[in-house]
Design a protein around this ligand. Structure first.
Ligand SMILES: *Cc1c(COP(=O)(O)O)cnc(C)c1O
Length: 391
């Protein structure tokens, strides 16, 4: 199986067939599993084998298919499926950390990730230092011998800054810290995170892995030792495990993830090029545009700009007019969906942030994040240009 390329793994890896030899993966909607004898039950609790399950919070055949398939695609030894992206982020952090530990994190983070690092971890005696994720000098200055984790998004949400993964990993590993990457924007299709130095890769599977806005889900990937020795004991006892129904949707979603994400990425580039320099926009931010400050870094690490771009209409008033004039893009807050979605971060996902922090992170009142879907790219560009005419 290791010889297969990602697209083949996405269709076949991890498949477990029942006695009926079904073609499409079966869904096992069961929380429990029957033991033939009391001795079998005792043995299962002592040490469960590869294909032996105890309780769906610990594992389930359909969930295991998803874990094995996404691990194969990512090139990770193992994976743990979680109830949401935030269950994955908080679980990965909490399973490793204890009071007195130190974490260094990029400041430009998804709002809920920032809450976990800033409000939750610190309440349990973990010290967190925030740095400008694109500035290696700040990482170097903040990392200490007691730093346990370096945490960042491969491409930040919503300002789309690209982190120097190998650079940060080298500095973190020099002090013995673990490198955890929230890799949503790079997507499993383009990810080379483990090869570039990440120790743990985290996805909100709600985004490109499902890709159709149906499920809330997440996954933590890494070495077998980390996933089964550190993450699993924490997750299975604290309750953030994935439902088998969700796992089944994701298994089927993975089959066409590569095709979807590549098409969405091509459309995002088409739209970014079509909007760049528009007189009513103060900025068009897309890591796949040569004008992006980390364009080369993004090409070296990810090889593409991804499915999300951001535009700045200059003011909240102009951005609201633009949003209200859109015909295809939906005003919502998911991303990686088949449907194109426009999000004004300053008034929605990042509303909670104080004004100075928003300004510092480039979350201006006129900023609109555009998640590009599977519609015709010319229709999408026309929709945006027409909406800009209305501003
Ligand atoms: C969406 C998202 C999350 C949280 O995922 P949920 O599935 O909504 O819990 C975390 N990090 C990033 C970068 C995201 O985009």
């Amino acid at each position: 199986m290791t010889e297969w390329n990602k697209r083949t793994k996405a269709v076949h890896a991890g498949t477990r067939r029942s006695q009926y030899n079904e073609v499409s993966e079966a869904i096992f909607l069961t929380q429990g599993f029957v033991y033939d004898t009391a001795e079998d039950a005792q043995q299962r609790f002592l040490k469960a084998g590869e294909d032996e399950f105890i309780y769906a919070r610990y594992g389930n055949p359909t969930t295991a298919m998803f874990e094995d398939r996404i691990a194969a695609i990512e090139g990770a030894e193992d994976a743990f499926a979680t109830a949401s992206g935030m269950a994955a982020v908080s679980g990965a952090l909490m399973s490793v950390l204890k009071a007195g530990d130190h974490v260094v994190s990029a400041r430009a983070l998804f709002g809920s990730c920032l809450y976990v690092l800033e409000e939750v971890l610190t309440r349990y005696g973990v010290e967190v230092t925030f740095v400008d994720g694109t500035d290696l000098a700040q990482w170097k200055a903040a990392l200490r011998p007691d730093t346990k984790i370096a945490f960042f998004e491969s491409i930040s949400n919503p300002a789309l800054e690209v982190a120097d993964l190998p650079g940060i990993a080298k500095l973190a590993h020099d002090v013995g810290a673990m490198v955890m990457v929230d890799n949503v924007f790079a997507t499993p299709v383009y990810s080379r995170a483990l090869e570039l130095g990440a120790d743990a890769v985290i996805y909100s599977a709600t985004k490109h892995i499902d890709g159709q806005g149906r499920a809330l889900a997440g996954v933590i990937l890494g070495s077998k030792e980390f996933i089964r020795g550190t993450v699993e004991p924490y997750m299975k006892h604290t309750g953030g495990s994935m439902s088998p129904f969700t796992a089944w949707m994701l298994v089927k979603g993975l089959e066409h993830m590569d095709l979807r994400v590549r098409a969405q990425t091509a459309s995002a580039l088409h739209i970014a090029k079509g909007l760049e320099g528009h007189p009513k926009l103060t900025r068009v931010i897309y890591p796949g545009l040569e004008s992006h400050p980390q364009y080369q870094l993004c090409m070296d690490q990810i090889g593409a700009g991804g499915t999300v771009l951001a535009i700045d209409a200059g003011s909240q008033e102009a951005s609201f007019k633009l949003l209200n004039a859109l015909g295809i893009f939906l005003i919502s807050n998911n991303l990686g969906d088949a449907k194109s979605i426009a999000t004004p971060p300053a008034s929605t996902t990042h509303q909670r942030l104080p004004a100075d922090q928003k300004a510092h992170l480039g979350i201006t009142p006129g900023l609109i994040r555009l998640s590009v879907g599977l519609e015709d790219p010319d229709d999408l560009l026309r929709d945006l240009l027409a909406a800009l005419d209305a501003v």
